[in-house]
Ligand binder design. Structure first.
Ligand SMILES: Nc1ncnc2c1ncn2[C@@H]1O[C@H](COP(=O)(O)OP(=O)(O)OP(=O)(O)O)[C@@H](O)[C@H]1O
Ligand SMILES: CC(C)(CO)[C@@H](O)C(=O)NCCC(=O)O
Ligand SMILES: [K+]
Length: 245
């Protein structure tokens, strides 16, 4: 199977074998032209000869249409996932027309009907979603640390920080430190506050910046790579052989 994640910044793909093991994967910046990027990848995908392509896209109808046109040339069945607020494995109180399918799939990848869970996605946006025994209660969306830094850079005269590392939440005594530490604290502080408000929810973190953030959380955090991939696989697996759960 071939799995595609068309995110805000990057296109990711995974090829899995019959038992769900990843045999190839990559992530590429798509710079607003994912259909063109995909076009350049079709040779590679053809060589893999997957029997199905499952897709998560948060790029909107116009781009999805162009992606579908590109994939049609491959002669391999493909399907975009749509949020299902009444899914047997995960229901949701969120407006299903608005909920990003990447958030939903990350939750689907993590959901455990016996638990209370807080799924934190650390990609282009940071998302925090609460799930109570397989019911999505709602969540929060933040700009990630780099977007926050860009916002400060472009909205102020005296802050011209465009590089540096996010490695501490102690108070800074230079602009550079104050900016990086303030931004990191905004996310770390939010997660700690979520934990204070929902102490029985297990913290689960995924995405490229998960480890940068997790180090500063005062509670145990389960770092989960590829939650979205897990959600994609679960979604199509469940559809093939629906189980009564
Ligand atoms: N090779 C890499 N390229 C880009 N970002 C990376 C890389 N490795 C780690 N990161 C970190 O991952 C973060 C992005 O996380 P993630 O990969 O989950 O999302 P994304 O693919 O960039 O965003 P989206 O899924 O919304 O397109 C970046 O802010 C960056 O700090
Ligand atoms: C929040 C992001 C940007 C996270 O990638 C994505 O899931 C998205 O565009 N969502 C739409 C808005 C929403 O989820 O309510
Ligand atoms: K937008």
């Amino acid at each position: 199977m071939l799995w595609l994640d068309l995110g805000n910044t990057r296109l990711k793909y995974w090829l899995t074998d019959d038992i769900g093991q990843i045999v190839a994967h990559d992530a590429k910046q798509h710079l607003q032209s994912p259909a063109e990027l995909l076009m350049g990848l079709t040779d590679r995908f053809e060589r893999y000869a997957p029997d199905f392509i499952g897709i998560s896209s948060v790029l909107g109808a116009a781009i999805n249409t162009r992606v579908a046109e590109t994939l049609s040339r491959l002669d391999i069945p493909f399907e975009f996932v749509h949020v299902d607020a009444n899914h047997a494995l995960l229901s949701s109180r969120y407006d299903a027309n608005q909920l990003g399918v990447d958030r939903w799939l990350q939750m689907l990848g993590a959901v455990d009907k016996k638990k209370r869970q807080c799924v934190i996605g650390c990609g282009t946006a940071v998302t925090i979603d609460l799930i109570d025994h397989a019911e999505h209660l709602g969540g929060y969306i933040f700009p990630n640390i780099y977007l926050q830094r860009e916002a400060l850079f472009s909205g102020t005269k005296q802050i011209s920080i465009s590089n540096g590392t996010f490695d501490s939440i102690d108070q800074g005594i230079h602009t550079q430190d104050a900016v990086h530490r303030g931004i990191l604290l905004s996310i770390v502080g939010a997660v700690n506050e979520i934990h204070r408000r929902h102490p029985n929810f297990e913290l689960i973190m995924t995405g490229g910046d998960a480890s940068i953030i997790a180090q500063h959380i005062s509670r145990p955090v389960h770092l989960r790579d590829n939650l979205l991939l897990g959600g994609l696989a679960r979604y199509f697996e469940h559809r093939r052989q629906p189980v009564d759960e």
